[in-house]
Ligand binder design. Structure first.
Ligand code: GLA
Length: 433
């Protein structure tokens, strides 16, 4: 099949997808389809660096060729009017309505992400004069699956509101604004992996984000390979295998509980090494202090800290493996990261562990791990280009044997997806402008 790519190399979104969104916004707003702007916000994966972003660690990130599209036109006034392909109802509010953080996570709904974006901009002192008429659509079956669909949605609203109000922001500004949505408005104590991936990824590169200094760096695939011309052309596919269990992270306590455990471990290690004045984050603990004092940590705290320090080493080794195009070693690191998430960070579930183990046995798979937070959702694998279809068929069949009921609830074409790397979020303006 010939895949059409834009100038940046990404095959998503297609003209057909853009056309459908523009048509819907034209119907909602009474404007011409050719006047509709579209925000394309890709989903992301994190091959290495699981659960260390909130501790200021270095994480790796890449987007894929699937994501959220938000078609919109600026309103004539401050009204925001929204519809969603996945969710029922019409959302209507004014950009003049003052937004306050959600107190009860059970109240989070699809509307919350639009209000959260407004909250973030209001917190930065913006008084938005213009709302938007918009239609949002993610990929059926991929919401709440560990691909950062919620950050993609929040960022889509941020970019649309900024665009409609002629506000110019850098990707780093928007990472910060997304933090306000997630940490303050929704109450999830996550790090900056998701917005960094969505806003900074470049096709063919792996992004390394230092979450302590908020500094990205990029490595082109194979660029360190000695004596060979570097093309950056990836020779693998990304396999996503869905468990059939979805979750909205802010509604669950497990994520924030583990973040607290990491901070508690950091506090104990910093105090044992005479640095009790530093912020209790594991990135502030010197690896030698961890080695010297880890015996003082008990139970869960010891396990969480071990995950952090071992994952940090895997990210460093992954930099060379990726840069050398050494997919075999990169894959081993990814699978070891998956194992550490199971044994040390303990964020899996029975179904996710089954999927992880099935992926490891699939033909052509270099390595696999949970995607995203990993409590539910999907697992990812890096697989040899030429064996991707065979691997997908194997995983579909084997997972159905162990979880027939769950599998029957996943749309057949979304049980296992073969993906490619993508690009960063962007606003696609009408072509005549
Ligand atoms: C979720 C969070 C991220 C990150 C990952 C795990 O996706 O939103 O900040 O912690 O889990 O790596």
């Amino acid at each position: 099949m010939v895949v059409s790519r834009d100038a940046r190399g990404s095959s998503w979104p297609s003209e057909v997808e853009l056309g459908a969104v523009r048509k819907k916004v034209a119907e909602m707003s009474g404007r011409e389809a050719r006047d509709v702007r579209v925000v394309a916000c890709p989903y992301r994966i994190c091959p290495l660096g699981a659960h260390i972003d909130h501790q200021g660690g270095v994480v790796t990130a890449m987007t894929i060729n699937y994501g959220v599209l938000l078609g919109f036109v600026p309103s004539d006034d401050a009204e925001v009017l929204l519809q969603s392909r996945q969710f029922q109802g019409v959302v209507r509010f004014s950009t003049r309505d003052l937004q306050c953080p959600i107190q009860n996570p059970e109240k989070i709904s699809w509307e919350s992400y639009a209000r959260g974006a407004l909250y973030a901009l209001q917190s930065e002192g913006y008084d938005l004069k213009k709302g938007i008429v918009g239609f949002i659509c993610g990929v059926e079956g991929l919401d709440s699956s560990g691909l950062s669909s919620s950050a993609a949605v929040g960022i889509a609203y941020l970019l649309a509101l900024e665009n409609a109000n002629n506000i110019s922001k850098t990707p780093l500004d928007n990472i910060n604004l997304d933090r306000l949505i997630e940490n303050k408005y929704l109450g999830l104590e996550n790090g900056i992996l998701d917005p960094s991936a969505i806003l900074l990824s470049q096709y063919g590169y792996l992004t390394f984000m230092d979450c302590k200094t908020v500094t990205p760096s990029y490595i082109y695939f194979s660029e360190l390979k000695k004596g060979q011309q570097t093309t950056g052309q990836v020779t693998f596919k990304i396999l996503l295998a869905f468990s059939g269990l979805q979750h909205n992270l802010p509604k669950k306590r497990g994520y924030n509980t583990r973040v607290s455990e990491c901070k508690e471990a950091a506090r104990a290690l910093l105090s044992a090494s005479g640095h009790g004045d530093l912020e209790p984050l594991l990135c502030n603990v010197d690896p030698s202090s961890f080695e010297a004092h880890k015996g003082k940590l008990e139970g869960n705290l010891a396990k969480r800290a071990e995950h952090y320090f071992s994952e940090t080493k895997r990210v460093a080794k992954g930099r060379d493996a990726w840069g050398n195009g050494n997919l075999v070693y990169l894959g081993q690191l990814i699978s070891a990261s998956g194992r550490s998430s199971i044994d040390k960070y303990e964020c899996g579930s029975k179904e996710m562990i089954q999927l992880y183990e099935i992926l490891l046995k699939a033909p052509g798979v270099f390595g696999a791990r949970f995607s995203g937070a990993g409590f539910r959702g999907c697992c990812l694998a890096i697989v040899d280009d030429s064996l991707a279809e065979e691997a997908a068929a194997f995983v579909r069949e084997e997972y159905e044997k162990v979880q027939p009921h769950l599998v029957s609830q996943i749309p057949p074409d979304k049980r296992v997806l073969i993906c490619e790397p993508g690009d960063s979020a962007r606003v696609i303006m009408p072509t005549y402008t």
